[in-house]
Design a binder for this molecule. Structure first.
Ligand code: ASP
Length: 322
């Protein structure tokens, strides 16, 4: 009897906790350095979430190992809805690159919804003589083995894009890993590295300001934004079928109460309709996903499809990172 009573009290307490959620600040773990493209999306998203849930939403940057350190941290966090992960395509590329991932991508998280899709651009330091893709290609062919390509760690979007670029061109470059493309961009601006493939959420402003040279986009279609519309697609300049688009999603540790996860998904959907968030995304050439695509079940199905899509491509081009 006493046991039954205790269980009933515990269940009631849990229900009350869920009903009152959130009662304290929520932490979004961003598994890349501050100032980079994932961080930018996350900071705008956090502001939207704060408006929806009425509690502060804090960003914790936990960069390293292509986003897998931050993902591990969330997979192992208390499943109470106060620690969530906002990350990108790396969720789907890491399983093919790391033999010893500390989490199971499809089993250790509650999927809370997709957020957006973001194109990538191939950019170079402003001191490169090449002013268009053809010139860049000539320079690359003349400097085989000497070109420094920055990326955000094995499994990151810039790494995936850079890998595909090198293998399509059949040119090996010197890969320079960072904890995110925020610091990588700082070095590209300083001329310490030569080229980088990165999301428009990080490159747009630098391209518009003439701080980096932009050579191509990684999508199959040209982009509409005035600053980017002149850039050819990599497919157009001869890298047939080249197509990399980045997406972001939100995740909670497995075991997060269903009602809490549902609250977070409802809030996520509202943020995707928040005029300030949408405007900021559009300004960086990112596209917010539709309501249907931001459903948790669709999110999980999509990640599974991306794992199946990229796994064979990655395995055909690279070896395990660990
Ligand atoms: N853009 C990075 C990447 O290449 C991640 C980041 O720094 O946000 O994956």
């Amino acid at each position: 009897m006493k046991k039954l009573l205790l269980a009933a009290v515990a269940a009631l307490t849990a229900t009350a906790a869920v009903a009152q959620y959130p009662e304290k600040p929520i932490t979004i773990v961003v598994p890349f350095a501050a100032g980079g493209p994932t961080d930018k999306v996350a900071r705008d998203f956090a502001e939207g979430l704060r408006k929806q849930l009425g509690k502060p939403v804090i960003i914790e940057n936990a960069g390293g190992a292509g986003g897998t350190l931050g993902a591990t941290k969330v997979a192992k966090a208390q499943p109470d809805g106060y620690t969530v992960l906002l990350t990108h395509i790396g969720m789907a590329t890491s399983p093919a690159l790391y033999r010893n991932l500390q989490y199971k991508t499809l089993e250790d998280f509650e999927y809370l919804g997709l957020i957006n899709e973001v194109p990538m651009t191939l950019v170079g330091r402003s001191t490169l003589q090449a002013n268009n893709y053809a010139d860049l290609n000539t320079w690359i062919q003349a400097n085989k083995g000497k070109i420094n390509l920055a990326h955000a760690g094995v499994g990151s979007a810039s790494h995936l894009c850079g890998l595909l670029y090198q293998s399509t061109l059949k040119v090996e470059m010197v890969a320079v890993p960072y904890k995110g493309t925020g610091p990588a961009m700082t070095d590209l601006l300083g001329g310490q590295v030569d080229i980088m493939c990165d999301q428009t959420t990080n490159t747009m402003g630098q391209i518009e300001g003439g701080k980096v040279k932009a050579y191509a986009v990684t999508t199959t279609k040209r982009l509409a934004m005035p600053a980017l519309s002149k850039l050819p697609t990599l497919d157009e300049v001869g890298l047939k079928g080249f197509n990399v688009t980045i997406w972001h999603g939100l995740y909670a540790p497995k075991g997060t109460p269903k009602d809490v996860a549902a609250k977070l998904n409802t809030a996520l959907k509202a943020v995707l309709k928040d005029a300030d968030f949408v405007k900021s995304e559009e300004g960086m050439a990112a596209v917010v996903v539709s309501d249907a695509r931001s459903n948790p079940a669709e999110h999980k199905k999509f990640v599974e499809a991306e794992i199946n899509k990229w796994g064979p491509v990655i395995r055909a081009n690279v070896q395990y990172a660990d």
